[in-house]
Design a protein around this ligand. Sequence first.
Ligand SMILES: *Cc1c(COP(=O)(O)O)cnc(C)c1O
Length: 429
Amino acid sequence: MQFENSREFARQLDKEDKLSKYRNEFIFPKVNGKEVIYFVGNSLGLQPKTAQKYVDEIMKDWAELAVEGHFYAEKSWWDYHERFSEKLAKVVGAKPSEVTVMNTLTVNLHLLMVSFYRPSGKRYKIICEEKAFPSDQYMISSQVRFHGYDPKDAIVEIKKRDGENNFRTDDVLKKIKEVGEECALVLIGGVNYYTGQVFDMETITKAGHEVGAFVGWDLAHAAGNIELKLSEWNVDFAAWCSYKYMNSGPGNASGCFINEKYHDTKDIPRFEGWWGHNKERRFLMEPEFQPEPTAEAWQISNAPILAMAPYLASLEMFAEVGMPALIEKRNKIVAYLEFVLHEIDKEVDSSFEIITPADQDQRGTQLSVFLHGEGRELFKYLMEAGVITDWREPNVIRLAPAPFYCSFEDMYEFGQILKKGILTKETIQ
Ligand SMILES: *Cc1c(COP(=O)(O)O)cnc(C)c1O
């Protein structure tokens, strides 16, 4: 499609957009009385208008039913999490039995490593990407030390080539082969939080299995963003937070995937609690643990219902719209943003560079822009002008126009604000 950098053209794209009505289903913060242009759905998604109702229902049930709410609330609490499995399974390409909601992301990754990082003999190394999200680095390092290894030896990082912004699949595969039978686990962020690069999860998973390692994915930036086929790719485990693209609310519960081949096996090591026990017998308080024959066996505590209510509200919207429609709009709106950025770049004479892959198959909703000249001043100016982006050292702003609620006109408008910011003298020095 031939794009144009004009308001009329952007408005026309909005008119043709089948998802445009969903914009009105979210609450936008305001700056100077105007709704913001929100580019940080990759950090904290906007609040769906239905979220409040779902929370209010729980508060009301709690007031009116108290403990009886566990069984007699309209959405009973004892099995509240079960309302997520089928819908979440569609988002991540899994079977409903392979998916559940529990804890928070880093906690889940730790718990999953109890099952899937079991170093022994020669096989004790973990392969991950260099400059992984800090929480993942701390998590992996502490796990390795917990098992008595030295992180410098046991953690093998995949590196980018000098002068390149993104990882090459070939380099990942080569590293996996090289570590070979010393490799216990491959654990990578499926979508890189800094650049927005999407890893070839299917190929990498296969390569990990070929050397006899487990393969897990941190899908914080992938869930609700890109197409995932966790079952088909034969991934061993994965976890994601829900407050980014899934719009569930700050710090909310994490989703996790455990391949069905590990269900119903009594001997898999796992930290256990009563919420993983056979649900028919959960309240009998028997001494011996009987795992649910699903991912739910990994659940430990009873679910934080109040937190999960807005997640459920949001997930129902995902079920209604479906990932294919979101991805179709995502590709178009990101391509339009990319076009607008290039147009502005020409007009102001080259001052920034998009470091996210240009290939649509290797990126999702996010474009990361390296600012050569302007830096932090420009970021500040954008925030004050009602463009909410985020800043990552040394000089990158991340722009993620979530297809659920961002408009094509937002992209055009952003371009105009950006141009003005760059041309304004104060921000150039
Ligand atoms: C956002 C993010 C996290 C956050 O972890 P929490 O446990 O939810 O605080 C972890 N890893 C990655 C890759 C992330 O992008």
